[in-house]
Design a protein around this ligand. Sequence first.
Ligand code: ATP
Ligand code: MG
Length: 905
Amino acid sequence: MLTAKQIRSGFIDFFKSKDHEFVPSSPIVPLNDNTLLFANAGMNQFKDIFLGLTTPTCRRVANSQKCLRVSGKHNDLEEVGKDTYHHTFFEMLGNWSFGDYFKAEAIEWAWELLTKVWQIDPNRLWATVFAGDETDGLPRDEEAASLWTKATSIPAERVLAFGKKDNFWEMGATGPCGPCSEIHIDLGPDRCDKKDVKGHKCGVNAGCSRFIELWNLVFIQYNRSEDGKLTTLKAKYVDTGAGLERIAAVLQKKKSNYDTDLFMPIIDFAGRLSGHKYTSNLNSKTDTAFRVIADHIRAILFAITDGAIPSNEGRGYVIRRLIRRAARFGRELGMHEPFMYKIVPVVVGVMGDAFGEIKERADHVARVIESEEASFGRTLDRGIEIFNAAAERAVKAPQKTISGDDAFQLYDTYGFPLDLTELMAAERGLNIDKAKFDKLMEEQKERARAAQKADSFIMTLLADVELPATEDLHKYHTDRCESKIIGWIGPEGFKGQGQVEAGDDIGIILEKTCFYAEAGGQVGDCGYLKSPNGQFIVEKTAKVANCIIHRGHFAEGTFDVGEKVTAIVSKDRNATKKNHTATHLLQWALQQVVGKSVAQQGSLVCPDYLRFDFTCPAALTDEQIKKVESLVREKIAEDLPVTCAAMPREEAQKLGAMALFGEKYGSEVRVVAIGAESDKQIREAFSREFCGGTHVDRIGVIGGFKIIREESISAGVRRITALTGTGLTEYLEQRSRIADELSAMLKIPPESLAGRVDQLIKENKKLSKDIKSAARQAGTDTFTEAKQVLEKCEKIGETSVVIGRLSQTSVEQAREAIDMLKKKAKSAAVVFGFDDAGKAVLLAGVTDDLIKKGLSAVDVVRQISPIIDGGGGGRPQMAQAGGKNPDKIDQALADSAEFIKQKLL
Ligand code: ATP
Ligand code: MG
């Protein structure tokens, strides 16, 4: 029996034998493509080739692509756990022809691999072809149909034709497209899940699970233009995709993908963790939980490995949702503590050989998952109770619907993603009032938007205008250049002519510029633009598509479109350059000290400081920080040269340049190398990074380097803030001023500060300890004294009239003593007096039963406070007075006794 590993490599080897080149899977998180949250098909990384934007370096390629289908056009989340062959994460085996072979080879090879190499019974296989489409004027794909019957052993009755929905593939509303041929397998009549549905007939694309799709062969031969018309492409492409998990189930003769060696180790492990047993039953609740957990852990692990981090929006929220769903299914198996992170090594064991990146980042991934599970775990159990209550209300309601308010509360307070609540509702046959939920969501977003007035400038203007491109290569060589105004952006959007109007936030567009626009963590430049007619202060520079926008306001005059101006970048950029090159030095040094597992997660480079976020298992020790600092400083002292060179991505990768995330296939990248005199010596450089930022020419000018902060920003991700150049000088100056002030204050030299402060802290600790124990002593004394007064006190019926003078005490202690007496005596009127450093204090307290009889502590205090030359007040239960005459305390106490007795008798 073939293992999944053998099937994967068998596929690639088969196509290698047909002259294909292996191309690694692109990251599942396509960070350079904002139109796509996650890779969902093998073709994603080749999109630009199909669009004619790049030329392929090789015309035949094959691979196994990591795919995630949980969002957008392809979303299989609903199916996961309920069927045997849809996953969120799966591997898509694929072979491609970029203008090379076409339908004949694609069909023959697919058939050869399935039936000859893998020996699947050809009688179980079915093929489909495109049936044609009248509105598009497309004919039936006769070419494919006849290839199937002639070039393979499949009989004509098992080649079926279907319409556009099933057998025509389009990349989007416009662009490359073409017919496809799918290969389906018949798993036998007992695999049908629609037996109970009236009129159901098993068949390909008939909606039951007896027939499932194994492999899709797409033949890209048309291009759809804006007007919807199709034209025939000169170059034709083949794009195929076959699900590894489905092939594995067939070849391993399993009834379900989950029973294959891709999933069973995970399920077995979850079984040992939970003490439950997996029985491979589609209708069992616990089995569903096993399947969901096994599915989700793979998706979560691969996405976090490739750079996703759980968060509240976009990609991060998709991952958060998956973790939360899995956590909730864990509850079904009785797992209430974080458990998903424990499965990470098992998945690494299954797939780490094919995808080395998951081995490398396993520790980081486990930490991120654990912390996410722990934080959701704190509210999950409570949320489940809230859900149960909401569900009970819904069951009683006529529409059997969980209210939008309940769903929103679960989302907002308990972190339940809507799809989780929906799923839990569906398990009980309930719906959710989604309209109301959406409305509440929208209201919340509106509140958030109003709260943080966004920088809407770029958003509004870019709605649909096409902005002119700016030539901006000058940013690398100069900070001053002559240019021409070609347009501007004001409150009404882009203008390509006329006079620039004054305003607080105007965007000027030049033909060419030496300003650096914010990118790759480096802030945009500031500076100014000037001509004989005006001067414009540039506060920041931004890039939209290929247009550089200089944003700011006029200090004087104005410009006309077409006018010549001089662009001058602020001297601040020198500081930014130092910080940027220092960031590269820092990453290098961190890898030396912590290890290769340090990978950049983000950075910010500005004139004042630099910030670097990176994966790291634990906080850096003081020693590690010192080591990193001294490595960077040593390099700076060597004053090595910095060389920047553009080159094809593969070449840069061969050189071992560090990339933040994968660039597009075949594109050119810029490599910044420290320690290389020229392009030729890049190999010798000790630091090489993909980077589009501005850098110093020689690192000696960086001057100094100091880490001023090291902190955690999320699980497994640390942040370092550091200073160089003038930023560092200012920081050190300020520190030394503080030291001078302190040494003046303590009248000792700065070198002795540490010792003296240490001594002061110790003294202080001892003193406060002494004070506390003295106070504690006084407190016990007051209590004892108060109890003695109670023992000897007069009684009126059940009521104790406790009146006495306390020796040493404080108002707080006396109050506590009164409370204590009130509890002890049940019914009591208490009056205490004492001398507080020359002032008289009187306190009265009465129990509630006496208040009902008309005795109030306030009245008592009012009655006697004039005697001590003072006044007071409070509540009926407790009142207080202060006065200038402590000699009269005893008399006041005696009078209070009289007053109380009168009231109570
Ligand atoms: P289906 O109709 O079964 O959902 P599809 O038409 O969405 O499949 P394609 O987009 O053509 O599939 O993807 C190519 C191949 O990838 C499929 O033939 C199948 O083998 C596999 N595949 C697609 N979606 C999944 C999934 N969610 N889980 C596992 N494998 C999948
Ligand atoms: Mg599908």
